[in-house]
Ligand binder design. Structure first.
Ligand SMILES: [Zn+2]
Ligand SMILES: [Zn+2]
Length: 709
């Protein structure tokens, strides 16, 4: 790049006169947003990893493409070579990260408003930042020596495809066979009811891509689902190298798997959202399973959507992307309606199994008895008894873990408030603790009411732990098991518990939404949601969409074996049986639900008909958090795009105080995505300076396309 200063002053460093742009992990807040310039003895190509000095530290950097000069001294002059610092050790045994990988990172950084280096380094395996060039070389040698996986003795059994699967695959074939110079294939929305065999479609499409010598990336929403899927892919593709990438791996495993992908040795990569950034030199296909799942959105740091980035990456690398779901996100559904995505429909369960009958049970029909909780209604207990008698399994879910959401004194009205949060502490009976699910603060349950000394303090409401206890009491002899975040804290516990369900050692499985996802339980004929109403009246406009997807998915757990499908049922206990969401659920009518939700969103100018960003501020006082957002909004008014944006007044978050920190948020809405992007681009740099004026402010963050509001 043009550099007059260097030309005028060639003397002191002629031997190390190459200038390199290096992306380093300096957060946006530091004000160092682009790559920094260093001096090196060799023109290392972009994508090379190396150590560089920054302040007093030495850290891992990534050689970036030449960009507009970032090496201006405070006077606005290009620094002479002598004032540039020299790079340290170069990890040159590793092939550089590709240009398309760098473009993906650049796009993500810009779109989600982060610094390039911060994002680039945060999506690399953490252990890469700790190894020396020598250690890395040793690891690469070891990888090269790994024997290829054993070839299969016999070809794997191939299930017969349904008509819908064949039709979907015929369409995908066209995309997979497209010549390399063709335009990027249209993203595919694979809309198939639960049990319609979406995984088989991914498998067959993957087979095609693998046969062409390409790599395949499969994303799943949760770590828990990777072993199951990995086993299925391993069975089908024996002889191929398959690796997983997720945060549950040890640092060494994660580095090894990442390297195998980067070197092109791994042909199939299964992973959670972070895998969307895997370096894949021969990428040929991306599949995103359960594309609607909120887990694809990162909830801190760079708040990216792996689903959306997968679509972007596929376009960038001109490869097909399949987004699969029984209840697509309304964004994806809208794109399919408008023709931006190609919709492939699989409307029936494999083997003709019927979807379970949905019974909406009206809680208003029960006789009201004061003080008696009725989550386990007599008709539901009867339905559970029938399953027990037939040796079938049931699944009962409730989205609240612990024994009871609050402990209460009937004398003085004391409740188990968290002293640090605006939330109740949850009563956990197992270890007799009161635990805050927001800040983690835990204490032993008091012997008597801390305020009035009353000995008779009682749990109010119900969590999974209490439901488990009540089921065991009401149905003596039944084998009841619970799966939630508490019962699966330790490594291996979840697998063990799921194993017990599969082995038929459990009659009734109780749990949170954890148990509704993906697991292929064959013998469940009853699924019951005991208290799902909460989401109907949430202030978050996406709550109904999430509830509908959750209930449809839960219903899909029942009757997966055709022989029991006919007597499979889903129970929904509700105080609002006429709610449109439940009526659509009863008919398994996603399309009706989606159309009505999209109409509501359009009239309210909500996504996908507008574009949102959420600015959050945290401070020691509510006034401090609010004042920062007010001042930020005032700054925005001077920007050119402010007229096309609607900036709402700051409001406290739904749980406003967590661990003694007050949290506020402010919604920014634009009709056009590009307007929102331009506004944020000009606005956010001003906030670095603003933060320095607001001393009580702890932190602020921006969430583009927020999922939870
Ligand atoms: Zn009391
Ligand atoms: Zn708390």
């Amino acid at each position: 790049m043009a550099d007059p200063a260097a030309a005028a002053d060639p003397a002191p460093t002629a031997a190390a006169a190459h200038r390199l742009q290096v992306a380093v992990d300096a957060p946006q807040h530091s004000g160092l947003s682009g790559p920094l310039t260093y001096r090196a003895g060799q023109a290392w190509p972009p994508g090379t990893l190396l150590q560089v000095p920054l302040g007093k530290r030495e850290l891992l950097g990534l050689v970036w493409d030449d960009a507009p000069a970032q090496d201006l001294s405070p006077q606005g002059q290009v620094l002479p070579d002598a004032e540039l610092r020299e790079v340290g050790e170069v990890l040159d045994a590793l092939p550089p990260l590709s240009a398309s990988w760098r473009r993906l990172v650049e796009f993500a950084a810009q779109y989600y408003q982060r610094a390039i280096g911060e994002l680039a380094l945060s999506v690399l395996p953490p252990q890469l930042k700790e190894v020396t060039a020598k250690q890395l070389q040793a690891k690469l040698k070891k990888l090269a020596k790994l024997p290829p996986p054993a070839a299969p003795e016999a070809p794997p059994p191939m299930p017969v495809l349904s008509e819908a699967q064949q039709a979907a695959l015929a369409q995908l074939d066209g995309l997979l066979q497209a010549p390399p110079d063709a335009a990027a294939p249209t993203p595919v929305l694979l809309y198939g009811v639960t049990g319609s065999g979406k995984t088989e479609v991914y498998l067959r499409a993957a087979e095609q891509a693998l046969a062409q010598g390409r790599q395949v990336l499969v994303l799943v929403p949760e770590i828990n689902l990777t072993p199951q899927l990995e086993a299925r892919f391993a069975e089908r593709f024996a002889g191929r190298r398959i690796v997983s990438l997720h945060s549950g791996l040890t640092p060494a495993q994660r580095l090894q798997n990442w390297l195998a992908a980067h070197l092109g040795q791994a042909e199939l990569i299964l992973g959670t959202r972070l895998a969307v950034f895997a370096s894949l030199p021969r990428l040929g296909l991306i599949a995103v399973d359960e594309e609607h799942d909120p887990s694809y959105k990162q909830q801190d740091g760079a708040r990216y959507s792996a689903r959306d980035l997968a679509v972007y990456r596929a376009r960038l690398e001109k490869v097909p992307v399949i987004l699969g779901s029984a209840t697509p996100s309304l964004e994806s559904w809208h794109h399919a309606n408008s023709g931006r995505y190609r919709r492939l429909v699989m409307p029936q369960r494999i083997g003709g199994g019927a979807m379970p009958r949905v019974r909406i049970f009206d809680m208003n029909t029960l006789a009201r008895t004061k003080g008696v909780t009725t989550a386990l209604t007599a008709p539901l207990l009867e339905a559970l008894r029938q399953r027990l008698a037939r040796g079938e399994q049931s699944l009962v879910f409730l989205n609240r873990r612990g024994y009871a959401p609050v402990l209460h004194c009937g004398e003085c009205n004391w409740k188990s408030e968290c002293p640090h949060c605006s939330a109740w502490r949850v009563f956990h009976k197992g270890d007799r603790s009161l635990r805050c699910h927001h800040c983690g603060f835990a204490e032993r349950v008091p012997f008597a009411c801390p305020t009035c000394g009353n000995l008779d303090i009682a749990p109010l409401g119900r969590g999974t732990e209490r439901l488990e206890e009540q089921l065991a009491e009401a149905l003596p002899g039944a084998r009841v098991a619970r799966i939630d975040a508490d019962s699966t804290k330790h490594k291996g516990q979840l697998e063990e518990q799921l194993g017990a369900v599969h082995a038929g050692e459990v009659d009734i499985l109780v749990g949170t939404q954890m148990i509704t996802k993906g697991h292929d339980f064959r013998r469940i004929t009853l699924v019951a949601a005991v208290n799902p109403d909460g989401a109907l009246f949430s202030s978050d406009f996406r709550a109904p969409e999430r509830l509908f997807a959750l209930l449809m998915q839960a219903a899909g757990r029942a009757g997966r074996d055709a022989e029991v499908a006919a007597r499979s049922e889903m129970w929904v206990q509700t105080w609002h049986p006429q709610h449109a969401l439940y009526l659509a659920l009863q008919r398994h009518d996603y399309e009706f639900f989606a159309a009505s939700q999209l109409a509501e969103r359009e009239s309210a100018a909500l996504p996908p008909f507008s574009h949102l960003a959420l600015m959050r501020a945290e401070a020691r006082t509510a006034e401090g958090a609010q004042a920062f957002l007010d001042a930020a909004a005032a700054l925005a008014q001077a920007l050119p795009d402010a007229q096309q944006a609607l900036i709402y007044p700051p409001v406290p978050m739904s749980v406003a105080r967590v661990a003694n920190v007050e949290r506020f948020q402010m919604l920014i809405e634009c009709g056009q995505r590009s307007t929102l992007q331009r506004l944020l681009w000009h606005w956010l740099p001003l906030l670095q300076a603003l933060k320095r004026e607001h001393r009580g402010l702890l932190r602020w963050a921006i969430d583009v396309d927020p999922l939870a509001i």
